[in-house]
Design a protein around this ligand. Structure first.
Ligand SMILES: [Zn+2]
Length: 444
C-alpha cells in the first residue's frame, strides 16, 4: 500500500541523512516536491481563472502558485504537465450516502438494502462508492448517514485515512436521528420488528442521548430528519410530515455545539422546516420549498442550504398516482425555492444525495442543475469548493488552490466556465499530494 511505500522512503531518507555530514539534515527527511502545470487554474475563491499556472506541492500541501515562466520550478521537482487542461481544487460533495446504492425500484428499492444485504456486502459496496467519489474528482465528502448500516462510515473513513483503501476525506454523521413514525422501514405488519434507517427518539432526553452516543462513536456532524412523508394536499400544495419537536431538536443542537460539531437537518418545507430553523440547525438539506420569511431567518442565523437538486429528477412514479403527483410537485417547487434563496444571498453549498441515485451516474450532474436555476458556472464551482469548505469549517484547508491548503487538485480537459458539464469528465485527481488518477500523456 502507498502508506507503507511512503514509510520505507522515509526510513531510507533518514538513514541517508544520518550518515551524511550535516546533523541538521538528519532532522529533515526529504519531502517529495511536485509541480503541476496546465492551461488554466480555477482556484476556488478568485472570480477569474488564472492562465498558465504552475502549482508547487510539497508533501501534502500546496506551497506556491505562480505563472509558468515567471520563475524557475524548484530544483529536483517532479513535473506533471497537463497541457490544455483546466485545474481546480478537489471538489466537495456535502450530501452523500456511500452505504446506499440507489433506490432503483427494479433492484428492490430502499428496503432490500436493510432487509437482505449482509453488512459485509454493504461495506464492500461502500468501499466502491468511496473510490467512485474520488475518481470523479470529489476529494472530500460529508456523508450524511449510513441508512441502517450503523457506524460503518466511521470505519470506512479510518481505512481511507490510514491508506488501506482509496477514497475522499470524509466527514461522517453515523446513524442520523428521527422520531417514531419518522423514518423507513415502514409499511410492514405491526407485529413484525423491522430495522430502521435512522436512530428513532422521542423526547428531549432521548434526543440528547442519541446525539451523545453518535458523537461518542465518531460522528463529525449530527444529521436530523425534520420532515418525513410528503404528499400533495387538497389545495394542490406540497405537504410534509414534521418529525422532531423544536425542544427535541434544541437538545441535539445544544449537545452537538458543545462538542464544537454541527447539525445538518433534512427538511422539505412547512412546520418541519420551521422547527429546523427555530431549533438552530446549521444546514438545511434539500429545502424544497422555503418561504420568504424562512429565507430571511436563514440569512439572519447564517444557516446553510444544501439543495440536492438532481436526485428529485430520478424515477418519478406514474403521474396519475398520489406518489407520482408528489414526485412532480417536488421538482416544480424546488428550483423556484433555490432561485429565491440564491437571489436573497442564502449561503449555498454543493450536495447531491448520491447513493439516493446510483454511484455509476455522474455526481457532477448537479452543477448543471445549479446553473439551470441561476448560478453562474463560477458560483456553482465555488459552491463545491471554497463555499463547501466554509460549511465544513475547513476554510483555507480544502476547496482552494493556495499556499497552505491540502494538495487536493483535479483537472478537466474542457473549460467548465463554458460548460459545467465538463466537470463530469475529470482526467486527473490528486488528493493530499498523492496522484490517484492521471491521463496517460502526463504519466512519467
Ligand atoms: Zn440524503
Amino acid at each position: 500500500m502507498r502508506r507503507y511505500a511512503y514509510r520505507i522512503l522515509l526510513i531510507i531518507g533518514l538513514t541517508a541523512a544520518a550518515s551524511g555530514p550535516s546533523a541538521a539534515a538528519a532532522a529533515e527527511p526529504a519531502v517529495h516536491v511536485t509541480v503541476v502545470r496546465a492551461r488554466a487554474l480555477i482556484d476556488g475563491t478568485s472570480a477569474q481563472p488564472r492562465p498558465n499556472p504552475e502549482i508547487v506541492i510539497r508533501g501534502n500541501r500546496f506551497t506556491d502558485v505562480y505563472t509558468a515562466g515567471s520563475r524557475p520550478a524548484p530544483a529536483g521537482a517532479q513535473l506533471i504537465d497537463l497541457g490544455n487542461a483546466t485545474l481546480l481544487p478537489g471538489l466537495i460533495d456535502c450530501h452523500t450516502h456511500i452505504f446506499l446504492q440507489g433506490e432503483v425500484p427494479e433492484a428492490g428499492g430502499y428496503d432490500i438494502q436493510l432487509l437482505k444485504f449482509p453488512a459485509s456486502y454493504r461495506v464492500a459496496r461502500a468501499v466502491v462508492a468511496a473510490r467512485r467519489a474520488l475518481e470523479q474528482g470529489f476529494t472530500t465528502i460529508r456523508d450524511v448517514e449510513t441508512e441502517g448500516a450503523g457506524y460503518g462510515d466511521v470505519g470506512i473513513k479510518q481505512a481511507i485515512n490510514e491508506g488501506y483503501i482509496p477514497g475522499p476525506r470524509m466527514f461522517v454523521v453515523t446513524r442520523a436521528i428521527s422520531s417514531t413514525g419518522g423514518y423507513n422501514l415502514e409499511g410492514y405488519a405491526p407485529e413484525i420488528q423491522v430495522p430502521k434507517g435512522a436512530q428513532l427518539i422521542d423526547g428531549p432526553v432521548e434526543a440528547r442521548k442519541a446525539a451523545r452516543e453518535q458523537l461518542d462513536h465518531g460522528a463529525d456532524w449530527i444529521k436530523v430528519y425534520m420532515t418525513h412523508r410528503s404528499w400533495v394536499d387538497k389545495q394542490g400544495e406540497l405537504a410534509s410530515q414534521p418529525t422532531l419537536t423544536t425542544e427535541e431538536l434544541k437538545a441535539i443542537v445544544d449537545e452537538a455545539h458543545g462538542w464544537r460539531r454541527k447539525v445538518a437537518c433534512h427538511a422539505y418545507n412547512g412546520i418541519g422546516l420551521q422547527r429546523a430553523l427555530d431549533g438552530g440547525c446549521d444546514s438545511i438539506e434539500h429545502g424544497l420549498e422555503i418561504t420568504d420569511a424562512q429565507i430571511a431567518q436563514m440569512i439572519r442565523q447564517g444557516t446553510w442550504l444544501v439543495p440536492t437538486l438532481s436526485v428529485y429528477y430520478y424515477d418519478p412514479d406514474p403521474p396519475d398516482t398520489p406518489s407520482g403527483k408528489r414526485d412532480r410537485k417536488r421538482v416544480a417547487v424546488h428550483g423556484v425555492s433555490f432561485q429565491k434563496a440564491l437571489r436573497a444571498g442564502v449561503k449555498i453549498a454543493f450536495g447531491t444525495d448520491v447513493g439516493g441515485f446510483v454511484w455509476s451516474d455522474p455526481i457532477a450532474q448537479e452543477f448543471g442543475r445549479e446553473v439551470e436555476f441561476g448560478m453562474t458556472p463560477m458560483q456553482a464551482i465555488q459552491s463545491a469548493t471554497s463555499r463547501a469548505a466554509e460549511l465544513l469549517d475547513m476554510s483555507g484547508e480544502i476547496g482552494r488552490v493556495a499556499p497552505g491548503a491540502y494538495a487536493d487538485l483535479i483537472a478537466v480537459e474542457k473549460d467548465p466556465l463554458q460548460d459545467v458539464a465538463a466537470l463530469k469528465n475529470v482526467s486527473f485527481v490528486m488528493k493530499d499530494g498523492s496522484v490517484f488518477k492521471s491521463p496517460a500523456a502526463a504519466r512519467p
